[in-house]
Design a protein around this ligand. Structure first.
Ligand SMILES: [Zn+2]
Ligand SMILES: [Zn+2]
Length: 214
């Protein structure tokens, strides 16, 4: 089965995201996604709660702030501590039964692994819809992934409903979380998608500003 999955989405359980559980499923269906990964900043509780409350295919995940930069843990059911080195963080993710993804490894305005990205990671997120400058980031990240010989994935890094599905990974797999994760770690997947349109980014910033100060 050919599945279209956004592997990097923040819900309102992340301090900086506007996406409610309802909007999450609404936009995922609207974009024709077969599944999605919830990757809130340093917390797993929202992902586990939302996954339990819906039939939609949800990969519980977490975006961990390691001392070397952000890293995604996909298919984890437990909290992964922050501020560990990248090597220790990847070990924790693997011990929890998950796979580790170097998210936005080359970009400005985000805390990224950069040269700390290594082949101990299972995949590199070569397309991140909020990376800047976008084209440069995709080119450098793809080069990095091929050099390390790890899987290439994509995700929107959405913090606002309309951003969901801007980038996605096509995965050849059965529709279960276990099989999807296995397929990614074997590299049976391909990254697709583009940058979040400027208009959408500005709308998100305005809504976040209003929520904070309005
Ligand atoms: Zn990040
Ligand atoms: Zn993120």
């Amino acid at each position: 089965m050919r599945l279209k999955i956004d592997l990097h989405i923040h819900t309102c359980y992340s301090y900086d995201s506007l996406v409610t559980p309802k909007e999450l499923i609404f936009y995922a269906k609207k974009r024709g996604l077969d599944g999605l990964a919830i990757t809130d900043h340093n917390r797993i509780d929202g992902a586990l709660k939302i996954a339990k409350e819906t039939d939609f295919t949800i990969i519980p995940g977490i975006e961990v702030s390691s001392s070397d930069g952000h890293v995604l843990g996909l298919n984890v059911q437990e909290q992964i501590p922050k501020w560990l080195s990248i090597s220790e963080t990847v070990d924790k993710i693997h011990e929890a039964g998950g796979i580790a993804v170097a998210c936005h490894p080359v970009t400005f305005f985000k805390i990224s692994l950069g040269e700390h990205t290594n082949s101990k990671l299972d995949a590199v997120e070569v397309i991140n819809s909020s990376a800047f400058p976008f084209k440069h980031s995709v080119k450098r990240s793809k080069k990095m992934a091929s050099r390390l010989e790890v899987a290439q994935v994509a995700g929107s890094d959405a913090h606002y409903g309309p951003e969901i599905g801007c980038a996605y990974t096509i995965i050849e797999s059965e529709r279960t979380v276990e099989e999807i994760i296995k397929a990614i770690s074997k590299g049976i997947c391909q990254p697709f998608g583009g940058a979040i349109p400027l208009k959408t980014r500005l709308k998100r910033q305005l809504l976040l500003f209003k929520r904070r100060y309005g």
